[in-house]
Design a protein around this ligand. Structure first.
Ligand SMILES: O=P(O)(O)OC[C@H]1O[C@H](O)[C@H](O)[C@@H](O)[C@@H]1O
Length: 544
């Protein structure tokens, strides 16, 4: 696909941005009482209020023109039609099939994938019921009380995020633990807490070649063998993977195996059997409600006109902020503690998808692509890094997320959370004028000299772009909608930028180097790489 920068639509946006930047949001709202309503869209129980973005009607028109000329509509259709849009790996991209709750077949090369998807869901349902009811139990006949998910990246982040987000729905008799990191701390801590006879390990790995996952799984396996005997792992391990051979080698019995397909990317896989641990923790009904929420967002993305299409609007606004207003990062700020791992989940989703500099036809981009994504729950974040957001020199766009009805045991506290969320959105948009600051300082009796000195330090420029994503309550369906919303936002951006959102070649190099360094770190004296000489000396000196 051609370079977007050369398109007249792009150039018009660039010219337009120069004008919009100069216009304070304070003025935009003052001169247009209908602005909040005009730049808000509701879909199901989600409201996207993007009135505090640095835009006007013309911006939207120009962005929608850009979407049209970049072929966003055919690109969306191509994804749902099972075309091989992941061109570098020649794969279809069908996480939407995993949550397709309609009768519509979804085909790859004329083959409907839905029967396999439904069979997998049925197997998950049976397995979850078996574990919850005690029909499936440990080697000594005891029911499972603990599930340990072993996986990393897409085989971990979605599980952690979703089970934390939906903690109010957790099954009473089953605790979930997630182990991802390679350094041995998590697996050590978890094994310290659980009883072997009552613990089920779910090893999740699309490839089943991932160093972190395999080494943690081996530790867990040995731990079970040491305590319950050679035959016990067959009862204490389940696995999710595309790699049947590796599952044979790991001696996972057929009834405990759950499939994955090469048309599901790791970071898009929480909807697949990778969600088994979610289903075990929350129940299959809750998991399927999440799928329904995702499906609803898919329908919306596929059919809604672009000017009312939430993921399309969010994707286009992200392009606007990144390419035309120079925003380097997006801070995701959920005002619900239950969503505390949502920013981490989005980091993989957005940054692994759109952190690309090459186009599928082998060219290099000469424009910015994916922004850095980061964030923490409000109001904690306010007391930590908001100073930089309000007055620092970094260019950061903001996504506020908040439920009207709070989670947890004291939902009344949500009034305070919402007050903080809205106050911040207003402060970022409108800042504080010199006149207000002067009035305040004068009322406190400060002399003029001191006021002039303090003024720039107190001045709060405003005009920091943000969106507020308000929803009624955080339940499984809403979570499904939110995840799918961001997934499709990511795809929208990738289409505008002309990059492949579904491969991740950049992560390979580090993995390969790590493998080759294991023996060197074991025997630092064998190191021949001068760049590592200093570090290896200290490994040898300090290792106990
Ligand atoms: O599920 P696995 O095959 O073990 O992969 C786990 C993770 O590993 C890689 O580093 C990829 O960059 C991720 O996209 C993936 O989610």
């Amino acid at each position: 696909m051609s370079n977007p920068v050369q398109l007249p639509q792009w150039q018009r946006l660039a010219t337009h941005a120069a004008e919009v930047r100069k216009r304070p949001l304070r003025e935009a709202f003052a001169t247009d009482p209908g602005r909040a309503a005009r730049f808000s869209r509701q879909e199901h129980n989600l409201l996207l209020d993007f009135s505090r973005q640095l835009i006007d009607e013309r911006t939207l028109e120009l962005l929608l023109d850009l979407a049209q000329v970049r072929g966003l509509k055919p690109a969306i259709d191509a994804m749902f039609a099972g075309e091989r849009i992941n061109r570098s790996e020649h794969r279809a991209v069908l996480h939407v099939a995993l949550r397709n709750r309609s009768d519509r077949p979804i085909q790859i090369d004329g083959q409907d994938v839905m029967p396999e998807v439904r069979a997998c869901l049925a197997k998950m349902r049976d397995f979850v019921a078996g574990i919850h009811g005690g029909r499936i139990h440990g080697a000594t006949g005891k029911a499972f009380t603990d599930v340990v998910n072993i996986g990393i990246g897409g085989s971990d982040l979605g599980i952690v995020m979703a089970t934390e987000a939906l903690a109010d729905y957790r099954h009473r008799n089953l605790r979930l633990h997630c182990v991802s990191n390679v350094d041995g701390v998590q697996i050590g801590d978890v094994l310290h807490q659980v009883e072997p006879e009552r613990t089920l390990f779910v090893v999740c790995s699309k490839t089943f070649t991932t160093l972190e996952t395999l080494s943690n799984a081996r530790i867990a396996r040995q731990w079970i063998v040491d305590r319950l005997g050679e035959g016990a792992p067959a009862r204490h391990f389940a696995a999710v993977s595309t790699n049947a051979k590796a599952l044979d080698a790991f001696l996972i019995p057929p009834q405990n195996r759950f499939p994955m397909w090469d048309w599901v990317g790791g970071r898009y896989s929480v909807w697949s059997a990778v969600g088994l641990s979610v289903a075990l923790a929350l129940g299959m009904d809750q998991f399927e409600l999440m799928l329904e929420g995702g499906h609803e967002m898919d329908q919306h993305f596929r059919t809604a006109p672009f000017q009312d299409n939430l993921p399309v609007l969010m994707g286009l606004l992200a392009v606007w902020n990144r390419n035309f207003l120079g925003m380097d990062s997006l801070a995701v700020l959920p005002y619900d503690q239950r969503l505390h791992r949502f920013p981490a989940y989005l980091q993989q989703l957005e940054m692994e998808s759109n952190g690309k500099r090459a186009t599928p036809d082998g060219g290099l981009v000469d424009y910015d692509t994916g922004a850095v994504i980061w964030g923490e729950p409000g109001s904690n974040a306010q007391h930590s890094f908001f100073q930089l957001l309000h007055q620092g020199t970094a260019n950061v766009a903001l996504d506020f997320l908040a439920p009207v009805n709070g989670s947890g045991a004291y939902p009344g506290q949500q009034t305070l959370a919402l007050a903080n969320c809205f106050a911040q959105a207003q402060a970022f948009a409108f800042g504080q004028t010199e006149t207000d600051i002067r009035k305040d300082l004068q009322s406190r009796g400060l002399p003029d000299g001191q006021i002039s000195q303090l003024m720039p330090q107190k001045l709060h420029p405003g005009n920091r772009p943000s969106s507020v994503l308000l929803f009624s309550r955080l339940g499984p369906k809403t979570l499904g909608r939110l995840i799918a919303l961001y997934e499709h936002k990511v795809y929208t951006q990738s289409v505008i930028w002309g990059i492949n959102a579904f491969d991740q070649w950049g992560v390979e190099l580090g993995k390969k180097l790590a493998e080759s360094l294991v023996p060197v770190i074991e025997n630092p004296q064998t190191n021949t790489d001068p760049a590592l000489g200093g570090l290896m000396t200290y490994i040898a000196r300090w290792r106990v």
